[in-house]
Design a protein around this ligand. Structure first.
Ligand code: CP
Length: 330
């Protein structure tokens, strides 16, 4: 039984195979490889793209799919050994034990809760579901990783640039009214360093990614012949980029001093990707995983420009996820 949890569990050759299979599925949307397989998609948090692309992917591959919304289920306890005398009526052990009797695989979305630092940084909620499952679990975005998004993003970059080695991408922080999780920047950082890109990660002080992820990305860059530099200046971040990947995320300070973190986030509201930023690049493609706040994260002029590839990215979720589902059952 194989779970699909994070891109860092794969080599660059394995990622390459996923991308080749995704391109194959892109050219042949209907293939009956999941006939007689039933899937549950469990969303503890909202979704548009992940939900629709997985539902369509499973159906086009001949499988059955049931989508479960967290708020319509019994509230699920994930801690072991706890006395369940409060609002949570069902333990993850029973929930996953039961779902494992009905389904052949389960996709789970469980964002960072933003309450306990350890719970989020160690991906404890997602891990509790995965460890209680008797069927493969695939990650539809956890507190730490969004590997399906990153796989689709790599597919998009491959299509546009035709290669990875030495190609320049800037992953740039943007402000946001809420302290969003780091799953997307973590995953695109790991994915792009794994395949040998020349990566610039740009954010103001106070919005550092977790050290374990940065250490992994540095190691990937070293092994793949890629590069990783972390900068805090917008202009140096933009210069010569071939791809600009914008994303808002909250600082780790949110756990210790949420008020200070919010002040810092708002104080950096000039970190928007606008035409003045894009003009410094090498006519870069603009990428974002969506949903995105227009004129907060990116200006209308940039997101609506010819360089914006947001719909290609969203479409590629469908093809990349078929390759992932195929791998799980290979
Ligand atoms: N990019 C992404 O995962 O979109 P949704 O949150 O709408 O699924």
């Amino acid at each position: 039984m194989r779970h699909f949890y994070s891109l860092n569990e794969f080599t660059s050759d394995e990622i390459e195979r996923f991308l080749q299979r995704a391109l194959y599925f892109k050219s042949r949307p209907y293939l009956n490889i999941l006939a007689q397989k039933q899937f549950a998609l469990l969303f503890l948090d909202p979704s548009l793209r992940t939900r629709c692309s997985f539902e369509v992917a499973v159906r086009q591959l001949g499988g059955g799919v049931t989508t479960l919304e967290g708020q319509a289920l019994w509230k699920i306890e994930t801690e072991l050994g706890t006395r369940m005398d409060r609002d949570k009526a069902e333990h993850v052990r029973e929930a996953m034990g039961v779902l494992s009797r009905y389904f052949d695989g389960l996709g789970l979305r469980a964002f960072a809760r933003g309450e306990r630092k350890q719970e989020d940084l160690l991906d404890e909620t997602f891990s509790a579901f995965m460890e209680s499952a008797k069927i493969p679990v695939f990650n539809m975005e956890s507190a730490v990783y969004h590997p399906c998004q990153a796989m689709a993003d790599l597919l998009t970059i491959r299509e546009l640039l035709e290669s990875f080695k030495g190609r320049k991408i800037t992953i740039v922080w943007a402000t946001h009214p809420r302290p969003l999780a780091m799953a997307v920047p973590n995953s695109i950082l790991l994915g792009t360093t794994l395949v040998g890109m020349d990566v610039t990660l740009a954010h103001p002080p106070g919005f550092e990614l977790q050290e374990g992820i940065l250490a992994m990305a540095r190691d990937f860059a070293k092994r793949s012949g890629g590069k990783l530099r972390v900068v805090s200046g917008r202009e140096e971040a933009a210069r010569d980029a071939e791809v600009v990947y914008a994303k808002a995320w909250g600082g780790l300070g949110r756990y210790d001093d949420p008020q200070r973190e919010a002040e810092l986030r708002l104080a950096n509201s000039h970190w928007i990707v606008d035409t003045s930023f894009m003009d410094l690049t090498r006519r870069a493609y603009f990428m974002h995983c969506l949903p995105v706040r227009r004129n907060v994260v990116v200006s209308d002029a940039v997101i609506d420009s010819k360089q914006s590839v947001i719909f290609r990215q969203a479409e590629n979720r469908l093809h990349a996820q078929k390759a992932i589902l195929e791998w799980i059952y290979a």
